[in-house]
Design a protein around this ligand. Structure first.
Ligand SMILES: [Zn+2]
Length: 504
């Protein structure tokens, strides 16, 4: 992952002084949305409600070109505003009139409309562009993966700047129409429902629609040669999965895992409540990376996730994110525990259901396997810092925190919370503090100290506050000696594989 460290306030303030007195009521939007970890992420001054992307992609040359149309509303009087984007821009129109534009920073596109925008005014922004995503990088980092037969955009915390201009932060979610034309014989995979597929003069256009709010980093594009399978879940939800034609020895294990998507979604619906979207599925492109990502309604899996055989646990993790991360998104990236703690805990619940170790046994194992001086305990899942945003502790200690909560308030309240939270915050954003307040409300207990111990202290919680009882902790050890090596539950290898390779 790369880091963007421009301080937006300074830039905005200096430009404000340059505005002539006659236009003093109008100011530039901030070049960042105000994220504590990534100050340049997203932008200020407007909100996007819909993206329409109409693109053409050439697998042979990696040339991506097309038009992005953004439906926006100004949230302040705007003389100028930014989009986040890395490719070359040919033309920008705002409400049908040519707008001036310039690049600044690593991926800021500054747009000055011919007429300033009033607060509350809607503006249709059209950006025509072309470029090779693989040739754009920030500090040597690229989110775009080339494959032998195409390319893939799937990364966290950002990937959008490699293929479309946006307000690139989970706080500004929008609906999407993604339409991509590719040479016949090649497919374009994206989020949601495939609305149409039409061929003409050697090119096939795939038009996908996501009709519920979707964060920019959860919007994905994969072009390549895929085998596509379609089905419906027991609840009637359409499933679309796609597998690169050259997955080699991983092909069988990938299918044996991802083809269980419908079964897993139905099971998760019993835990988290109704599935929040109108489509589901996953795709496995022939990328060299090792991670998986919860791209909305269409999960991204690297083939390496299946190198040691099938892994339904990673499917459970990424589909759990559809509730925890996708429908209910972070307010800021420091709230990442709301995504990873819960997705990891869903794997513990799946393990329990499959008879491969209960959540308590997994909690006992994680607690025992990390001694007090292990740097594991210095990571605070409730505010890990950008450098540790995807550290193993955010996942494992994050799931431990949920077992501690479960033991404190009991199964009835705990599972009411797991199901109630996604309904309470559906399609919105939330912070860790919001969740703590919700858990206190549902349980009627004061939980601040418990969450402080498990999420915000840079040290191993004392045994007395551990979710494990002393007896069960030692039962999971091979012997009672001081140097006892805890025995991992059967499911542990698969669970650990999910996040040991998460992220870039
Ligand atoms: Zn995850």
């Amino acid at each position: 992952m790369h880091r963007r460290l421009i301080v937006p306030g300074v830039l905005a303030a200096s430009l404000l002084l340059a505005v002539p007195a006659s236009a003093a009521d109008f100011a530039p939007g901030a070049p960042g949305i105000g994220d504590a970890y990534y100050p340049a992420s997203g932008n200020g001054g407007y909100d996007v409600s819909h993206y329409d992307l109409r693109l053409t992609y050439q697998p042979a040359t990696d040339l991506l070109q097309g038009t992005a149309t953004l439906l926006t509303t100004a949230t302040q009087n705007l003389s100028r505003f930014n989009l986040d984007f890395g490719l070359s821009v040919d033309e920008v129109l705002v409400n049908g009139k040519k707008a001036a534009f310039a690049k600044s920073g690593s991926q800021e596109l500054e747009i000055t409309p011919a007429t300033p925008l009033k607060q509350g005014q809607s503006a249709t922004v059209v950006v025509r562009y072309a470029g090779k995503p693989s040739s754009f990088s920030v500090d040597g980092y690229t989110a775009w993966q080339r494959t032998p037969d195409g390319g893939v955009a799937a990364q966290e915390p950002d990937s959008a700047a490699w293929w479309f201009p946006s307000n690139d932060h989970p706080l500004d979610k929008a609906t999407f129409d993604v339409s991509v034309s590719v040479p016949d014989g090649t497919q374009a995979i994206s989020n949601g429902v495939l609305q149409s597929q039409t061929s003409k003069l050697g090119w096939t256009r795939y038009s996908w629609r996501s009709n519920k709010p979707q964060a920019t980093y959860l919007t994905t594009l994969a072009v390549g040669r895929f085998d596509i399978t379609t089905d419906t879940t027991a609840n009637g939800l359409p499933i679309v999965n796609a597998y690169s034609k050259d997955l080699g020895d991983n092909a069988g294990a990938a299918r044996a895992s991802v083809e269980r998507t419908g079964e897993v979604v139905d099971w998760l619906s019993g835990v988290f409540g109704p599935y929040p979207f109108n489509a589901v599925g996953g795709y496995v492109p022939n990328v060299p990376s090792g991670f998986a990502l919860e791209t909305q309604t269409r999960v991204f899996y690297s083939p390496r996730q299946f190198a040691r055989g099938s892994n339904v646990s990673v499917v459970v993790h990424e589909l759990a994110h559809q509730w925890y991360g996708d429908s209910v998104s972070v307010k800021g990236w420091k709230d990442i525990w709301l995504n990873e703690g819960f997705a990891s805990y869903s794997q513990w619940l799946w393990s329990e259901k499959e008879g491969e170790g209960t959540a308590q046994e997994l909690a006992d194992y994680v607690y025992a396997v990390h001694p007090a001086d292990d740097p594991f305990w210095t990571v605070k899942p409730g505010d890990p810092g950008p450098e540790n945003q995807f550290a193993g502790a955010v996942y494992d200690r994050g799931a431990l925190a949920l077992q501690a909560l479960r033991n404190r308030i009991g199964d009835e309240d705990f599972f009411a919370i797991l199901k109630g939270w996604p309904a309470e915050r559906a399609y919105g954003n939330a912070s860790v503090a919001d969740f703590v307040a919700y858990a206190e409300r549902v349980s009627g207990e004061r939980l601040g100290p418990l969450f402080d111990t498990w999420l915000f202290q840079p040290s191993k919680p004392a045994a007395g506050s551990a979710p494990a009882s002393a007896a069960s902790a030692s039962a999971s050890a091979r012997d009672a000696g001081a140097a006892a090596v805890p025995v991992p539950p059967k499911s542990w290898k698969r669970i650990a594989a999910t996040h040991s390779v998460h992220g870039g």
